[in-house]
Design a protein. Structure first.
Ligand SMILES: O=P(O)(O)O[C@@H]1C[C@H](O)[C@@H](CO)O1
Ligand SMILES: O=c1cc[nH]c(=O)[nH]1
Length: 336
């Protein structure tokens, strides 16, 4: 990707806010970090992959999982710490070149996080990061426990763009994701995996209940027939799942020129019901499926960068100058 000159810095982020370039100190309020209070280049300059998902617990688990998968070792006595603990909003864990961050529920929450993660990449001088959303969704004609890779995201009206009111006017940003990345991820799935993998359009809604045509919300002013007419209609348009973040994620990654992918596990088939009835232990196992696929991709990329046959360890060790120790945690706390 072409480097864009930003004052005395270079960034691969397109359309970066010119005001941010001029700010001597930028507070990343919801991450409990700041370009004035922290040496963001020293802390995050080696990041290559940013993985996001709804809950702090899932993203902490992913951090531990990816640590094993890429053979990364914390220094003796160090613990994996929540870098954004003192924001009381999001949780963020760093494992060498991988950041694992929770984004909460819905587009406003993931949108705020994306603004700050994109600025973090700029301040840390990270070039060409890849962003992933590792999520859960409702399948349309796909049973629970399968994977969906989003090709592009649409809103609840099937518009292929994000509409945002900015200064009293609607701005439209396309919900496009990187087709090559989606294909590369899909190719990493094998017939031995416990899931089937699908790719298609994702409907991103602003609500879990009425917004997704459920019959089990507190309110429902439509019939079961209306619901199924709608699900059949959107399925005929190539929509194979529903969730609540993909459109914001796709639109902001595309706007920033960041390679992004959305991989969700289905928790249920909406053609068969509305309630999530799978056992909690089953849901927990399913939640790991997107993580397993993305871990394969990260491993593959690190191994390729490290040279064939030498394994990911060397690169990861050399990339990971920064270890998140108690001392740096106290630094994070001081930015509260
Ligand atoms: O990534 P997660 O599993 O948090 O995303 C989906 C979409 C909504 O945020 C939430 C609804 O249950 O799950
Ligand atoms: O049906 C579902 C399941 C998970 N997440 C959603 O947004 N919808």
């Amino acid at each position: 990707m072409e480097l864009v000159s930003c004052g005395d810095e270079e960034t691969t982020i397109t359309r970066l806010n010119p005001h941010v370039r001029e700010m001597t100190s930028d507070i990343l309020y919801h991450l409990a970090l700041g370009s004035g209070s922290h040496d963001l280049h020293a802390m995050f300059g080696d990041v290559k992959f940013v993985c996001m998902g709804g809950t702090p617990r899932r993203m902490e688990q992913f951090a531990h999982f990816i640590m094993k998968e890429i053979g990364y070792q914390l220094p003796t006595g160090a613990q994996l710490l929540d870098i954004s603990l003192h924001s009381y909003r999001y949780s963020m864990f760093k494992v060498g070149p991988v950041l694992s961050v929770s984004h909460g529920m819905g587009m406003p929450s993931v949108g705020i996080l994306l603004h700050e993660m994109i600025k973090l990449m700029y301040h840390a001088r990270v070039k060409n990061p890849t962003f992933f959303r590792l999520g859960t969704c409702g399948g349309i004609g796909i049973d629970g426990g399968n994977l969906v890779i989003t090709e592009s995201a649409v809103d609840g009206l099937m518009n292929p763009y994000l509409e945002q009111a900015i200064l009293g006017e609607i701005q439209k940003r396309p919900g496009l994701l990187d087709p090559e990345l989606a294909a590369e991820l899909k190719a990493l799935s094998t017939p031995e995996d416990p899931w089937q993998i699908y790719s298609g359009k994702t409907m991103c809604t602003t609500d879990f209940y009425e917004g997704q045509g459920r019959l089990d919300g507190a309110f429902c002013d439509y019939t079961e027939e209306d619901k199924f007419d709608f699900l059949r209609k959107i399925h005929a348009e190539g929509i194979i799942n529903m969730e609540m973040e993909s459109l914001m994620f796709a639109a902001l990654c595309h706007h920033a020129g960041i390679r992004g992918a959305v991989i969700c596990v289905t928790l249920l088939n909406r053609m068969k019901g509305d309630q999530v009835t799978a056992e909690k232990s089953q849901q927990m196992e399913w939640q790991e499926y997107p993580q397993r696929l993305v871990a394969r991709y990260i491993r593959q990329q690190l191994e390729a960068a490290d040279g064939v046959g030498s394994g990911a360890g060397g690169l990861i060790r050399s990339l990971s100058q920064l270890h998140l120790t108690r001392q740096t945690s106290e630094q994070f706390a001081s930015s509260e």
